[in-house]
Design a protein around this ligand. Sequence first.
Ligand code: G6P
Length: 609
Amino acid sequence: MCGIVGYAGRRKAAPLLLDGLKKLEYRGYDSSGIAVENAKGEIQAVKAKGRLIKLIELTSGGENLDGTVGIGHTRWATHGEPNDVNSHPHLSEDGRFAVVHNGIIENYLELKSFLTDKGFKFVSQTDTEVIAHLLEYYFDGDVLDCIRKVLNKLSGSYALGILFNETPDVFYAIRKDSPLVVGLGKDENFIASDMPALLKHTRNFILLSDDEIACISGTKVVIYNKNMEVEEKKPFFVDWDPETAEKGGYPHFMLKEIHEQPKAVRDTVMPRIKDDKIVLYDISLSAEYVKSIKKINIVGCGSAYHAGIIGKYYIERVCRIPVETDFASEFRYRSPIADERVLTIIISQSGETADTLAALREAKRLKSRTLAVVNVLGSSIAREADDVLYTHAGPEIAVATTKGYTTQVAALYLIGLYLAKTLDTIPQSEYEEQLKSLKNLSDNITKLLEKPEETQYLASLYYKNKDLFFIGRGMDYASALEGALKLKEISYIHAEAYPAGELKHGTISLIENGSPVIAVAVDKRLFEKTLSNIKEVKTRGAKVIAVASNENRAVENEAEHTLYIPDCHPLLAPVLTAVYLQLFGYYVAAVKGCDIDKPRNLAKSVTVE
Ligand code: G6P
């Protein structure tokens, strides 16, 4: 995954491009580059391996590059190692075209051999370089026609920014299956891989459809559809506050985003509860359809997948409909069973994860009805699904998701409860009790966040450990999975999550004197069983840290330390458990001095399969 930006206007382009790239560094940070074009049509490109700061230093913050039109790129390598040559922009051999690209050109080897036969020399190992050479090859006087011809040759996914030396006031932008927005300013226009990168300059955006070509100058944006007719697009306004894309006094975006969860959950839940009823205003599942559902598939990657497991436990409990949860990367390849009577819920914060998008398409191909739970407005998954339920988490910048995850879980509660009411599988009193708890969820997160000291203290005790185990039963197991993922992705400590009853079938052999085990013991129904599993590991020398509900205070007799979640309906408790485990992971990584917002080898939104 990579980040791209573009600018056309009256101001010097380079400093603005670098500023935009700073906001997109979460999408890739192994190298970066910019190209600017001056009024004479001279294109100048500068690239640097390593963090963006290298490029900033190399260009004196962009001040030593002239030109008011430009494109930029921050890279997360997929084809070719991170180095100066493989960094974008890539230039055509004659230097007349410069290209930045996010995505993958799947047929690049074929195109490369076609171009090599024509005498083109390749300098990089990237898939992107073929685009620069193809532009040169197909250009015969009409740049738009040339771009169209090149697009017709490409297969795969791409968001592209292109400079051409004969049109010094304009740059070109195209997207297909990769994110890209056009931001509209006053006498200046922009592109970026996401909206937060541009919030400082504008809140008016245009979304491009697949393979439309946008010609962007400072004064206008003209969009051509596949038939090369001008397409009128209505801009839309986003009410995200530019501040939400800044750290706002927190040392890391992750901590800021952990603290934004009360608002994120409230914004996701509250507008959908009216007169003590759930109103899913943005989706259209008729009662008739709901009654016809025979199975639900839930699909996602990473934390979204974990949210899906919570959703499975929850929906099966309250709706009595069978639910299967799949990793999106597995879904397509296991010949999933689906038809009109199977609802497929697709979960993705970014709405751009390649595997998840592919799973959505597979579900649609099988005629399953698709409902996406997505955070980013207008993202690919949101656009392609039959229905979208937006989580209103606001922009999430830290690579490790926090508010993205808890709002996904909250959204699944809304969906489950809505289905249960429609199907009449939930008694009224239980429905009311859960609604009440759902409304209180946000305040309960606030309560939990008011006391970070205990979690900080625990982090200081365990940060030197090389391995940690997480155990739990039922929904507590799903919470354990997410807790382990949080810890390992940002602190690089090996962490494994197990259903508490399963540990003894093998993995318990790894427990030795002093092994830390985080036991999630929130669910009252399963408490006695979990407690015996806690005893099992304790007998083998484990040090147990429990995350528990007040109902399960007896855990203190076995655990070394216990963190209590505020009182709430047991089925909704995973949101609160998650916040503790996020804080634990965060503080461990902080004591270790890790690069929390940009952990090694990871990207925020993975747009490759
Ligand atoms: C990446 C991120 C994870 C995230 C997953 C799915 O791997 O590092 O934090 O859960 O992608 O992302 P999505 O945007 O589809 O929810």
